[in-house]
Design a protein around this ligand. Structure first.
Ligand code: PBG
Length: 332
């Protein structure tokens, strides 16, 4: 039972807010650069820094520039970087073979980062959408996104990422049984220390719009992702998905998008106590960064306040495009 408070004036809750020193002393939640995973977009070429229109301040980077970004992240105290390739439309096919090409953009970037900045953790994305002419995360047969054949491809993709040196593999596809299949393939191939951060509760969200522009998937996508990504009206289902992925060998879990789903983060942390992450996705970034750019809100303050909300909701870390900017502020 919670003891009740002494009546006013013995209890004056404002005493705890009276000065910066006291507020700092009783602050429950803190934010640090060590809480961030920085998602970056990789493209072909050399020396290329290409702005993404719908994500002010975010660029597509060629592999050499991604290595520079990894160096910067490491110096700022950001422990992990997450790679998303912008794939040449000519390499998008129905069989998605580019997804497990050992020399695809994502694998080349992974090798380059691990060679130059071995101490930063590299996370990669498992899903077929960057490589699929249909723009879907799985194979499409007669208009249906098929599960089991997709999982076989995802296993090949994950193995190629592990071979390239990825530390953390992030299946973002929402197929059934992919965590178990990838985990057992990794074990058999000697990659027993590769972590799986599962996009366990990933909603079919309109907040992914700018990301699909960034990776060039918007034009390709036929239809929507509602037969595999979650219905925003559901929360119990998220717990079932997380439980299932943990039971198949996931090391860490993710809720995505972030701010509209903080209730899911809290429930997941309370129920499972597993390392829990939220993805503050491209549309969330675009709203905050766009309003900040126009001076409609204080961009730096809303950035830090939004990131703090994830920690308060029970998350251990956040995937956020704000990672370097927030880390700079936090480091003073
Ligand atoms: C696709 C994938 C998406 C994101 C990460 N991986 C988009 C989608 O499911 O369509 C979204 C990230 C963001 O919006 O920042 N597998």
């Amino acid at each position: 039972m919670r003891p009740s408070l002494a009546p006013f004036p013995a209890t004056r809750l404002r005493r705890l807010r009276k000065s910066g020193a006291i507020r700092a002393l009783v602050q429950e939640t803190t934010l640090s650069p060590a809480d961030f995973i920085w998602p970056v977009f990789v493209r072909d070429g050399e020396g290329v820094v290409e702005p993404i229109h719908s994500m002010p301040g975010v660029n597509r980077l060629s592999v050499d520039k991604v290595v520079e970004a990894a160096r910067e992240a490491h110096a700022l105290g950001i422990p992990a970087i997450c790679l998303f390739p912008y794939t040449d439309p000519a390499l998008k096919t129905a069989d998605c073979a580019e997804a497990w090409n050992p020399d695809n953009l994502s694998n080349r970037a992974t090798r380059a980062i691990k060679a130059a900045v071995p101490d930063i953790a590299v996370m990669t994305d498992v899903a077929l959408d960057p490589y699929n002419i249909d723009g879907h995360d799985g194979f499409v047969e007669d208009g249906e996104i098929v599960n089991d054949r997709t999982v076989e491809a995802l296993v090949k993709q994950a193995l190629s990422q592990a071979e390239a040196g990825a530390d953390i593999i992030g299946p973002s596809d929402m197929m059934d049984n992919r965590i178990g299949a990838i985990r057992s393939a990794l074990e058999s191939a000697g990659h027993q220390n590769v972590l799986l951060l599962t996009y366990a509760a990933k909603y079919a969200s309109a907040f992914y719009g700018p990301f699909r522009d960034a990776v060039g998937a918007s034009g390709a996508l036929k239809g929507d992702k509602t037969t595999y990504q979650m219905n925003p009206g559901n929360a119990d289902e998220a717990m079932r998905l997380i439980e299932r992925d943990l039971s198949e060998g996931a090391d860490m879990i993710m809720v995505k998008p972030g701010m509209p789903y903080l209730d899911i983060c809290r429930r997941a942390k309370d129920l499972f106590g597993a390392p829990t992450f939220a993805y503050q996705v491209s549309g969330e970034y675009a709203m905050l960064a766009g309003a900040g750019e126009r001076g409609w809100v204080d961009g730096d303050k809303v950035m830090l306040e939004s990131l703090m909300s994830f920690k308060r909701a029970g998350c251990d870390g956040i995937l956020t495009y704000f990672a370097p900017a927030a880390a700079k502020l936090l480091n003073g």
